[in-house]
Design a protein around this ligand. Sequence first.
Ligand code: ADP
Ligand code: MG
Length: 456
Amino acid sequence: MGLEQLWQNVLAEIELQVSRPNFVTWLKNSQLVEKKDDGTALVALPSKFAKEWVENKYQKIILGVLRNTDASTKKIEFSVYNNQVIIKTGSKKFPTNEENESFGQLSFQELKIDPETNLNPRYNFSNFIVGSSNELAYAAAMAVVEEIGKKYNPLFIYGGVGVGKTHLIQAVGNEIKNRYQNKVQVKYVPSEKFTNEVIWAIRNKRMETIKEKYRLIDVLVIDDIQFIGGKPKTEEEFFHTFNALYENNKQIIISSDRPPRFIPTLEERLRSRFEGGMIADISYPDYELKVAVIKTKLQTKNTSFNDDVIAVIANKIQKSLREAEGIINRLIFYHQKKGIEINPKNAEQIISEVVQEPNRNSTPEQIIKAVSEFFEVPSNDIIGHCRKKEIVFPRQIAIYLLREVLDLSYPYIAEKMGKRDHTTAIYAHEKIAQNISRDQALNQKIMMIKDKIKQN
Ligand code: ADP
Ligand code: MG
């Protein structure tokens, strides 16, 4: 694991343990710059003040988490980074983005979110498969890459859950970023994150900060815009941001689960702005697209199943391509851990276990309650900020289940789970998902909790 990856994992864990404002103020911009042979980890912070604060307040937590993640760590030293040079060590350059890139293949792909753009590099055009359900949206997306801000502005992509909206709009962002490097500033924002920022800014009288931040962007990618409907302040702010960008020929890319005219509470002026650009839908995948997506996913997991099995999977997927992931993981699990050769018959059987999930009618509260009862820890602790291991683990499970069972967005989950940052939710989900595939006992626990949710 490279330093950057190691540190991201550590931060994600720490974020579950400290309050959100503290995390953002003191820890978010820290970096692990060196691991010495004697087990000393060198952590750099942006100012002398921050260095002293973190040294005094968070040294113990950081060391604890770091040791859990990387057992060879013995102690931590803190330093200040400035102009990309570490003042303390003098000689070592602060890693640039390119250098960070070369830190190696990451095990938690989802975590490799580019901190500058917020984009997840795993969503790109090369692994986006075009079929009849998405070809219009795809063509419009490609056109945007060629002529940023000119041709289709805004680009508005809509469609149901799991049809590939997030994948496509992030692919545009990643493509632009790769092609134009630092000349074009791209930013991906789930609309709930935007909403949270606006609420924060209003409370703290810091509206100017938001305005400046967004107006410097060349390509703004907003995911799931339907969530800002009905929040007047947020809509207002979004409208101003939108206009400022639009008038300067900056590109705006929006996704939504429905067309603008069906977002009931959306303000008229915002709606007509959206309708002034390019609106393209992605409909539910046909059989061929399902098969192609399944094959690609298997490839990225270095696995293959024979075509009969793939056909079984494709037939099981109702609408959302996201289902494919869960099914494939389960089949791989049975294949690798239990040594079962997958054939169409046992595939059917295994999939029926996955698909018979607790239903979507459960509420987040019911899920948190089930987790709380199972582990015998109070719900309040689960959404709270206590950092004891016996609480942090149920917390991660709750996050995992909120995503798996209810298909909630990460920002929403993060908000529900005690106003955390959405990357924390992503991390927790990914961590549990990875562990499930190698830990039979954990798998069992998850199934038992799911049963509990069904019963409640
Ligand atoms: P949405 O945002 O519409 O809910 P996502 O973009 O999250 O859907 O897609 C769900 C899953 O399906 C993701 O893992 C995504 O990579 C995959 N997926 C969707 N459409 C495609 C496609 N056309 N090609 C490859 N993978 C796809
Ligand atoms: Mg999405």
